[in-house]
Ligand binder design. Structure first.
Ligand SMILES: C[S@@+](CC[C@H](N)C(=O)[O-])C[C@H]1O[C@@H](n2cnc3c(N)ncnc32)[C@H](O)[C@@H]1O
Length: 377
C-alpha cells in the first residue's frame, strides 16, 4: 500500500512488504527489539537505553556502519528511480534546507574552502567555475581572490542559489560572481571557458560523477586547474591516517563506555531504531581511488591528492542540526516524515546526547575532505 506523505512523494507502508522485511532485518542486525506494529513505519522506537546510551551509538562494537549500509541497500536500489527523479528530489531537499545549510557551512567548512583555493593557485584575472556551489561558500571566496576575473557558481537547487546570490549582494561581490541553476553533468558553458574548476562536497551527489569531471575538463582551458574535495578519511598509510587511526581506537573505547557519539552514524542508527529508513540512494557514494582514476580518464594530468580535516565538539542541538541538514540520506527521509515521528526521533536523539554529556562524554562531528587536483593539458 502507498501513502502520500508530501506532494509528489509516496512511501510504502503496510505490515507485509519488502520494506517491512528490510526493517525487521535491520532491527535484528542492530539488536534493537522489534516492537508492535504502529503504522507507517512498522516499528515503534525502542526504549531509550539509558544504561548504555551508545548501544546503537556509533555502531562501533556492535554492528559496523558498512554492515548497516549493506542492509539498507537491500531492496532500495530496486525502487527504479531515474537519474532525473533523483536529481529533482535532491535539489528539492536542498531548497528546503538552504538557510540552515548556509549557516552551518559558513560556520564549519570555511577552512576547507580556503584549502581548495590554495590548491587551485588562483590568479587575480582567473575565470573560475564552482560546481555544486550550494550557498556559494567556495565561489564567494574565489571572487574575493580573482578580483579582475569572473567567478560562476552552478548548482541545481534554486533555494541554495538564492542564498548564494543574497550573500554576494550583501558582501558587494555581485559584479564578480554569478550564480546559475545548472546540472553539473551538462554544463551550459562553451569549451575552454575557465582557468580553474573547483568543487567541494558535491561530486558524490552526482549520479554520474565521471560525466561531471569530463564536463569540468571540457570547459577548462589548456593549463587550467581542477580541484575537487570530497568528504573522506585520510589515507591509511599517511601521517594523518596514523594519527586518525590511533584516535579512532581511543574513540572506540569511549563509544563503548557511553562517552562518545559521532555523526552522521548516530542519527542514521537512531533512525533505524525508530523504523525510519535513511534514504541510502542519496548517500554520497564513491571511493578515493576512483576519483584519481576518473580525473585521469577525463584527461587531467599531474593528478595528486591531499587531505585536511578537523573535529568539532558540539552541543546536542547543533549536533542534531548538522546531521539532519548535511546527511542527505537522513535529510531526504526526515523532510517527508510525519511530524509526530520527527518529534519523537528528535526527542530521543537529544535525550541520548544529554546522557552522553552527563557521562563526561563528547558529541563529535568530523569535517574532513580529500582534495584531488589536476591540470588540463
Ligand atoms: C553538500 S552540498 C555542497 C555545497 C557547497 N559546495 C559547500 O561545500 O558548501 C552539495 C551541493 O551539490 C548540489 N548538487 C547535487 N547534485 C547536483 C547536480 N547534478 N548538478 C548541480 N548541483 C548539484 C546540491 O544542490 C548541493 O548544493
Amino acid at each position: 500500500m502507498f501513502c502520500n506523505t508530501k506532494p509528489g512523494y509516496f512511501r510504502v507502508v503496510g505490515a507485509i512488504s519488502a520494506s517491512s522485511c528490510q526493517k525487521a532485518r535491520l532491527c535484528d542486525a542492530l539488536r534493537a527489539k522489534p516492537l508492535p506494529h504502529t503504522g507507517s513505519f512498522g516499528y515503534r522506537a525502542a526504549e531509550p537505553t539509558k544504561q548504555s546510551p551508545t548501544a546503537l551509538g556509533t555502531g562501533i562494537g556492535s554492528v559496523s556502519r558498512r554492515r548497516v549500509f549493506q542492509l539498507l541497500d537491500l531492496g532500495m536500489r530496486s525502487r527504479g528511480q531515474t537519474a532525473s527523479d533523483y536529481k529533482r528530489q535532491d535539489a528539492a531537499s536542498y531548497d528546503d534546507a538552504a538557510a540552515e545549510f548556509d549557516r552551518l557551512t559558513e560556520r564549519f567548512s570555511g577552512p576547507l574552502a580556503m584549502r581548495i583555493l590554495d590548491l587551485a593557485r588562483l590568479r587575480p584575472t582567473d575565470q573560475v567555475l564552482d560546481v555544486g556551489t550550494g550557498t556559494g561558500l567556495v565561489a564567494l571566496r574565489a571572487a574575493a581572490l580573482a578580483q579582475n576575473g569572473r567567478v560562476f557558481g552552478i548548482d541545481h537547487s534554486a533555494g541554495m542559489l538564492e542564498q548564494a546570490s543574497a550573500k554576494a549582494r550583501r558582501s558587494g561581490l555581485s559584479d564578480a560572481v554569478a550564480f546559475r541553476q545548472m546540472d553539473a553533468e551538462q554544463l551550459e558553458f562553451p569549451d575552454r571557458s575557465f582557468n580553474a574548476a573547483l568543487s567541494l562536497y558535491a561530486l558524490f551527489h552526482f549520479p554520474d560523477p565521471l560525466a561531471a569531471v569530463r564536463e569540468m575538463h571540457r570547459v577548462l582551458r589548456p593549463g587550467g586547474r581542477v580541484v575537487i574535495g570530497v568528504g573522506s578519511r585520510p589515507s591509511l598509510f599517511s601521517w594523518n591516517g596514523i594519527v586518525q587511526g590511533t584516535r579512532a581506537a581511543r574513540e572506540r573505547v569511549a563509544a563503548a563506555s557511553g562517552r562518545l557519539l559521532t555523526a552522521p552514524q548516530f542519527l542514521l542508527h537512531l533512525m533505524c531504531e525508530h523504523g525510519m529508513e535513511p534514504d541510502v540512494e542519496h548517500r554520497p557514494k564513491g571511493s578515493r581511488t576512483r576519483i584519481s582514476r576518473m580525473l585521469r580518464q577525463a584527461g587531467f594530468k599531474r593528478v595528486y591528492r591531499c587531505w585536511q580535516g578537523h573535529r568539532e565538539e558540539l552541543d546536542p542541538e547543533e549536533f542534531w542540526n548538522l546531521q539532519v541538514t548535511y546527511a542527505s540520506e537522513a535529510r531526504i527521509h526526515l523532510q517527508q516524515a510525519a511530524p509526530a515521528d520527527f518529534v519523537a526521533l528528535k526527542e530521543d536523539f537529544l535525550e541520548r546526547c544529554r546522557s552522553v554529556l552527563a557521562n563526561h562524554g563528547k558529541l563529535i562531528y568530523r569535517h574532513a575532505a580529500m582534495f584531488y587536483a589536476g591540470i588540463r593539458d
